[in-house]
Write a protein that binds this ligand. Structure first.
Ligand code: SF4
Length: 344
């Protein structure tokens, strides 16, 4: 690659300055050698972005070399959907999973949207089809339907609005009636029912679908062990975790919610019932705090790398170019816009 040793050295040391205390695996931290290997790709991607008028949106669950090396914006599904709506760039490189890149395409039908990880799935988005939603709605006529943003464009197109983990409880509360269809996260559906009851606005939540293969692994015993091993630890979780786990935690919220909670908290040690990527972000941004992480890696998110980000920018393969059927996109766009409206 056409970069001098000085350029590579400087970029490697910039990255290492951020990541030297950040977990690469449960047992390993990011090393200077990791950062040296990443540096030429980071330089090349940042140059290619300028040449192509492209922007890189990276989900917090992707690896830190992407998040801190090449991302123009980093965040959770809702934050990235907002950024996708606002960007003036001609090309969007979405380091995330397919449903997220699809959402960016629906909001930007005239822009090229590519996903380095190709058709990277998600156990939630893959658990439900449009026909499944149609059947559910036919069984419960007149009941409003919400879908989690972790769903395909076809599923979004069948629902009244979509939601993210950051606004799900507020939007569920705003929906009319005493019954609500919520797909495709069966555990989040249980958490909605509990939260709405707690708020004094109970609803029957009718759900179908699956669960997140990362967050559904956490168990109440792990929370108890964290508290026993680290007295005074603050334990936080994502609402994709089971209700019996959430009930034992100090805070339950979206990826952004958890990040904000840690920023504002005076606590020094946090038990993290979520994906490694968020732990990495918090380790990077709060070097004065420590994070204990039982385990949890999304293999779909980790399919994004600097190598395939550069390749997708320069010469995307057909499976990396996001397309959505025009009619499906129009109906899904209504569901996404309804979320922005209800989230105000
Ligand atoms: S962490 Fe879970 S919900 Fe998020 S993309 Fe991976 S499988 Fe899907």
């Amino acid at each position: 690659m056409p970069y001098t040793q000085d350029q590579i050295f400087n970029e490697a040391h910039r990255l290492y300055g951020l990541l030297s205390h950040v977990s690469k695996t449960k047992a390993q931290k990011w090393t200077l050698a990791d950062c040296q290997a990443a540096a030429p790709y980071i330089l090349a991607i940042n140059d290619a972005k300028k040449a192509k008028n492209a922007v890189v949106l990276a989900h917090s669950y992707t690896t830190p070399d992407i998040v801190y090396g090449v991302a123009d914006f980093r965040g959770d599904s809702y934050q990235l959907a907002q950024k996708a709506r606002e960007t003036n760039a001609q090309m969007i490189v979405f380091a995330g999973v397919w449903f997220m890149a699809e959402t960016a395409k629906i909001l930007n039908p005239n822009k090229q949207v590519v996903i380095p990880a190709g058709q990277a799935g998600c156990t939630l988005a893959d658990s439900m089809t449009a026909v499944d939603v149609q059947k559910l709605r036919a069984q419960h006529p007149g009941v409003p339907a919400l879908c989690y943003i972790n769903s395909s464009a076809e599923v979004k197109a069948q629902c009244d609005a979509c939601v993210t983990s950051g606004n799900v409880f507020d939007i569920a509360q705003k929906m009319p009636g005493k019954q609500l269809i919520f797909v495709p996260d069966m555990l989040m559906a249980q958490n909605i029912a509990i939260e709405l009851k707690r708020r004094g606005t109970p609803k029957e939540i009718i759900s179908s679908g699956g669960s997140c293969c990362v967050h559904d692994k956490y168990r109440p015993e792990q929370v108890e062990k964290l508290r026993a091993d680290y007295p005074g630890i603050v334990v936080i979780a994502h609402p994709e975790c089971a209700p019996e786990v959430c009930a034992l935690c100090d805070y339950v919220g979206s990826t952004k919610g958890m990040a904000d909670y840690v920023s504002k908290s005076d606590a020094r040690q946090f038990g993290m019932l979520t994906e490694l990527g968020l732990v990495n972000r918090l380790e990077t941004e709060h070097p004065d705090k420590s994070f204990i992480w039982p385990f949890g890696v999304c293999s779909y998110m980790k399919k994004n790398s600097l190598i395939n980000t550069l390749q997708a920018l320069l010469a995307p393969r057909p499976d990396q170019i996001v397309t959505v059927d025009v009619q499906v996109a129009a109906a899904a766009q209504k569901s996404i816009h309804k979320m922005f409206e209800l989230a105000q």
